[in-house]
Design a protein around this ligand. Structure first.
Ligand SMILES: Cc1ncc(COP(=O)(O)O)c(C=O)c1O
Length: 449
């Protein structure tokens, strides 16, 4: 098999995610034959460093034997079983361990098979909780500007990235959207903490005014990843938790992208010392091996559904592959790696190396910001450094960086004008150097002229 052969066959029948398929008339697909560690290899022996962990899922490298072996064992034992009325050891052990490692009080795990579905579960559960508690007027949700929670209609409604959302507007429930605490927008001389604190005012005002009709506030803790890797200070989450308690509103923390160590702590909520009412996890949950997601919630919420069948209070939501044993075994192997290795400590050094190597880019005449939260580092290209005027999106300057990356063997996938790194944690110092060097060259190329 050759690259060309696979591309031809692919384009005959596949419709790729998040892609204008016509682009592939001039932008070749990249067929991958195998993966190992941070590296992907095509059919002609060309290698690509996966600097974005294949859409932020991979934590410990491709074909990691510690995860692979566990999945292989599970494959010979039980591949899948219905989770309604039945149960199995991997899902029970995973639930026990997730309840133990997530912020306090999240004792109940509801599984699905992708991030968007975990969001749908949280939204429906929150709404249904208030229905079961007799507060039937509570039917609205609050989100942050520039947030992203997935692509299914409920999750899409809960987000605010216009590129993905606007077309489907007529199909989506209406949110109460408040400004983001995003620190990129702060005035010169204002600290990130102060900015995020100030930006809490409109959130508080919205809660004060609409508490009676609000089910929950949904946020991505610390980093709005698909929203161009915009970051904010943990103080916002602290204020939000307190206000949600004060006004009787749930807090949904979407840690689908930032969970499992990405921001420097196992969960981003830890940096604010808070526990949400719902915690959504996916992506890194299985180390990037298999599709699995979970929505964790509290005893209080669980108890509002726990009643005689005839009260019709049960949460009658399901997905065929809920709690799939193979996915759960990959997740257990992932949690073993966190338990056995000092992942968070080692990442601190890698994050520091990423910071050190990218620091000079802050002086680049077309870089408006270099920001970082743990193992996520983003570089914002701008047309005008003084005013931070962005390059027009139609110029697709990020694509120049993407193409340069492929040419030099690094998979970067800029979000508009934002180049970012979110590599697997097994990346070495030399690989970090290569990743940054190639990105810097790409930025130089993309910002010329
Ligand atoms: C914060 C966040 N929430 C939800 C999702 C949706 O997850 P999925 O793509 O698995 O549906 C994503 C995906 O990128 C995400 O970043």
């Amino acid at each position: 098999m050759s690259n060309a052969d696979l591309i031809t066959r692919d384009l005959r029948h596949l419709w790729h995610p998040c892609t204008q398929m016509k682009d592939h008339e001039w932008l070749p697909l990249v067929p991958i034959r195998r993966g190992e560690g941070v590296w992907l290899e095509d059919f002609e022996g060309r290698h690509y460093l996966d600097a974005i962990s294949s859409w932020w899922v991979n934590l410990f490298g491709h074909c990691n034997p510690r995860i692979g072996d566990r999945v292989k064992r599970q494959l010979d034992t039980l591949e899948h079983v219905i989770l309604a009325g039945f149960t199995h050891a991997p899902v029970v052990e995973l639930s026990e361990r997730l309840a133990a490692i997530t912020p306090a009080g999240l004792n109940h795990c509801f599984y699905a098979d992708n991030g968007s579905s975990a969001i749908e579960v949280a939204l429906k559960m929150s709404f249904h909780y208030w229905q079961n508690r007799g507060q039937r007027q509570k039917r609205r949700f609050v989100n942050l500007a520039n947030s992203y929670h997935g692509e299914t209609l409920g999750a899409l409604a809960a987000g605010d990235v216009s590129l993905y959302k606007d077309t489907y507007g007529p199909l989506l429930m209406e949110m109460l959207t408040v400004p983001s605490p995003d620190c990129y927008a702060r005035e010169p001389g204002v600290s990130c903490e102060e900015h995020s604190r100030r930006m809490f005012a409109p959130m508080r005002e919205t809660l004060e005014r609409h508490a009676d009709e609000i089910c929950a506030v949904i946020v991505e803790p610390l980093v709005q990843c698909a929203g161009y890797m915009r970051m904010y200070h943990p103080v916002y989450l602290k204020l939000l938790r307190a206000a949600c308690d004060e006004f009787g509103v749930h807090l949904i923390a979407d840690e689908i992208a930032v969970g499992f160590g990405r921001t420097g702590t196992l969960f981003a909520c830890e940096q604010a010392g808070i526990a949400p009412d719902f915690l959504c996890l996916s992506k890194g949950l299985t180390g990037g091996y298999l599709p699995l997601s979970v929505t964790l919630t509290t005893d209080e919420i669980y108890s509002a559904f726990y009643d005689d069948y005839a009260t019709l209070r049960a949460f009658l939501h399901s997905h065929s592959y809920t709690g799939n044993p193979l996915g759960c075994s990959a997740a257990l192997a992932t949690l073993d790696i966190f338990a056995e290795d000092d992942v968070i400590g080692d990442n601190r050094q890698k994050a520091a190396r990423m910071a050190e190597l990218t620091a000079p880019l802050a002086d680049h005449p077309h870089v408006g910001d270099v920001r970082q939260s743990g193992m996520i580092l983003a570089i914002e290209m701008v047309k005008d450094k003084a005013t931070r005027e962005p390059w027009p999106w139609e110029e697709r300057r990020g694509l120049t960086v993407y193409r340069h990356g492929l040419e030099k063997g690094v998979l970067l996938r800029p979000l508009g004008n934002v180049i970012y790194f979110m590599p697997p944690y097994v990346i070495s110092d030399e690989e970090i150097e290569l990743m940054v060097e190639v990105a810097a060259e790409g930025i130089e190329l993309a910002t010329r002229g």
